[in-house]
Design a protein around this ligand. Structure first.
Ligand code: 13P
Length: 670
């Protein structure tokens, strides 16, 4: 879950926000202000919440690279080139700040922080009147912004982090870039959240990959298969049908043995196209390719359109658009959708004679929105198309990001989004050595019902004898299956032990390790627990690693020392990638099964300390993302109070997990 600006108190705070004001400029005049306008709701929101200052940062083209290209072009054309004038007209942020002021009107005053760059602006910012919006100079004047070297990016990021205690990222268009102002800065500010535009983008685009309202129909067009392989593969997982159009369709048709005439083709992608067709067949996904075309003899806006009524294209023609039979098929396929995602035009829509197919797709998608279908248009060219046909307002969502929306649809994690992600709550039930198989089965059935639609992550960990029964009931639900322990060896002569291989065989997802009862009653030490953690990870399990002090240790003031040792030794040899599969459960031994709960403040203090231990071992990003559960007499009455603490991300529940009536309100706390 991403955390948004709406979840933080902004009163009297200094806020630093990354926006995407990379707008087309000519001679110091903004040519298209779509991106500026898109950020205004977040700007107004922050000011309305009483923020002391709001400092905005953005890139505006790439001054060094673009200037060099412009100089080379001028030289080639035999024209003179004035670098200073070029930079001023294209890459300086002052005119953008002035444009923003016009758009904001009386809502806020905008000041430009100066052409000398983004460093040393703390005093300038702090001297502004409350509620002022400060625009920094183009971040890409500093080579640190885009440096491949993390230390160099950190240098600029640290300077930018001085300008606010809250970092808001609203620049969806650059969210796929790991740069100083988009991601590194999050390491140096206390709070990082998403702006309203970013929230909207993520809320529309992410579910298409993770959990779409089905049936999902994807329309993927554009010139090249090579640039769309990853998105095709990703969308295959959830789509009922994939409509493939545009230049890339001819490579697919050729792969099927059809004649494509002089059409655009990537011969080196035929094998890939075949693989995708094969995978779609296996997954039961309909692939919809053109069955007729509009062709032309040459690629030219003035070329004469020729109708090609069948799938095969004559030798002297190239395909430029889809034909009427194909459009009829699109209409039929799209009528089945509850969600439509569209990326890439289906024809050469820039040339009016070949724009009909893309215009019809835009109209079909718009009509679907009116029927209640969720319609998402992502990616540069299809956005240009819906704008050209005046249909943008008829879509549920038109993305402001090209590369970013494509990468999100590919299922990738985007650095600028990841830094705004809050931790998901994780509520687990540890059923310990309780219940017969049928009792456990009944509890599982009740939980499947009562937790349906629950917003958090859930786990039920029955005793070994009930795992198979409970696993069968939980299948397809939102509750994962846990085991309470495993042997430290894979298999062999270990009487009375249960192996990871056997747990895998039963469909177990998560193993609880180092529970206080294992440590204190069965004398498991840190080394043994670490061995089990490694083995479980090796076999693809998630792990809940339990830590916590005894009453005696607490009274002797050893809480931190014990938790530090158990965390460090439990995680010894665990790589940063493996860490993402680990949850820590802080379970003070004196609170387990005793009815004595740690106070929310006491628990919070230990959780914060443990997060600090993780930070030292794995860095701030990993620490921020680490889920730390609290365990020890968690009950419906105290769950919400505990979960409200900054560093408590869930619960490992014992006694209260044995009845649906007590576990459900904990799991659904609000
Ligand atoms: P109680 O919730 O019964 O205190 O148990 C906590 C626990 O040990 C969970 O693993």
């Amino acid at each position: 879950m991403i955390k948004t600006v709406k979840t933080v108190d902004l009163k009297d705070k200094q806020v630093i926000m990354r926006v995407d004001f990379n707008v087309p400029m000519k001679d110091g005049v903004v040519q298209d202000d779509t991106r500026i306008v898109a950020a205004i709701p977040t700007i107004k929101y922050i000011i309305s919440q009483g923020a002391k200052t709001l400092t905005l940062m953005s890139h505006l083209g790439d001054p060094a690279g673009d200037a060099e290209k412009a100089r080379a072009k001028a030289e080639k054309d035999g024209k003179s080139f004035d670098l200073e004038k070029y930079i001023k007209g294209k890459h300086r942020m002052a005119p953008v700040a002035a444009h923003l002021q016009k758009k904001l009107g009386k809502a806020a005053a905008v000041v430009f922080a100066g052409e000398d760059g983004c460093y040393n602006k703390k005093a300038f910012i702090s001297a502004q009147k409350p509620g002022t919006v400060i625009m920094l100079e183009n971040t890409r004047f500093h080579k640190e912004e885009t440096s491949k070297d993390a230390a160099s990016r950190d240098k600029l990021a640290k300077a930018l982090a001085e300008y606010g205690s809250v970092f808001v990222n609203d620049a969806f268009g650059t969210a796929h870039r790991d740069q100083a102002s988009t991601a590194s800065i999050a390491k140096f500010v206390p709070v990082s959240v998403a702006g309203l535009l970013m929230e909207k983008e993520v809320n529309y685009l992410e579910p298409i990959v993770t959990d779409p309202v089905k049936p999902l129909i994807a329309i993927i067009g554009g010139a090249k298969v090579s640039s769309k392989i990853a998105v095709l593969e990703s969308l295959l997982k959830n789509s009922a049908a994939l409509v493939i159009g545009g230049g890339m369709a001819y490579t697919f048709l050729k792969a099927q043995g059809k004649k494509i005439g002089k059409s655009l083709v990537e011969d080196d992608q035929i094998v890939t196209a075949k693989k995708i067709l094969e995978a779609a067949k296996k997954a039961g996904v309909d692939i919809v390719l053109p069955v007729d075309h509009v062709g032309a003899e040459k690629f030219d806006s003035a070329a004469k359109p020729v109708a090609v009524a069948a799938v095969n294209i004559p030798d002297k023609l190239m395909g430029m658009d889809v034909g009427p039979k194909t459009l009829a098929k699109y209409r039929e396929v799209l009528s089945r959708a509850k969600t439509i995602v569209w990326n890439g035009p289906v024809g050469v829509f820039e040339f009016d004679a070949f724009a009909k197919g893309t215009e019809e797709v835009a109209k079909l998608v718009a009509a679907s929105t009116a029927r209640g279908v969720i319609t998402v248009v992502g990616g540069g060219d299809s956005v240009a198309a819906v704008n050209k046909f005046g249909l943008a307002s008829k879509m549920s969502h038109v993305s402001t990001g090209g590369g970013a929306s494509l990468e999100l649809l590919e299922g990738k994690k985007l650095p600028g989004i990841e830094v705004t992600r809050g931790r998901d709550y994780y509520i687990a039930g540890n059923w310990k050595m309780h219940m017969t198989r049928s009792e456990a089965g009944n509890l599982a059935k009740a939980l499947v019902k009562s937790l349906k639609g629950g917003k958090h992550k859930y786990l039920a960990a029955p005793s070994f004898t009930a795992i198979e029964t409970v696993g069968g009931i939980l299948k397809g639900s939102n509750i994962a299956l846990g085991a309470q322990n495993c042997a430290a060896e894979e298999q062999g002569a270990h009487t009375g032990e249960v192996s990871v291989l056997q747990l895998k065989d039963l469909g177990v997802n998560v193993i609880i390790l180092g529970h206080s009862e294992r440590r204190h009653v069965y004398k498991e030490d840190d080394a043994l627990i670490n061995k089990k953690v490694k083995l479980a990870l090796k076999h693809g399990f998630e792990v809940i690693l339990c830590i916590g002090e005894t009453l005696d240790e607490r009274e002797k003031g050893k809480v931190e020392a014990v938790c530090k040792r158990q965390t460090e030794k439990g995680l010894a040899g665990i790589t940063p990638e493996e860490l993402s599969k680990i949850t820590i459960a802080y379970e003070p031994v004196w609170a387990i099964g005793t009815g004595k709960t740690a106070t929310p403040d006491d628990a919070q203090a230990v959780h914060k300390f443990v997060r600090g231990v993780i930070e030292k071992l794995y860095g701030s990003q990993a620490a921020r993302q680490m889920v730390i559960q609290y365990g020890g007499s968690v009950k419906p009455e105290n769950a919400a109070q505990l979960m409200a603490m900054e560093d408590i991300d869930g619960a490992l529940v014992g006694g209260a997990s044995l009845k649906a009536e007590t576990f459900t309100p904990i799991a659904k706390f609000s």
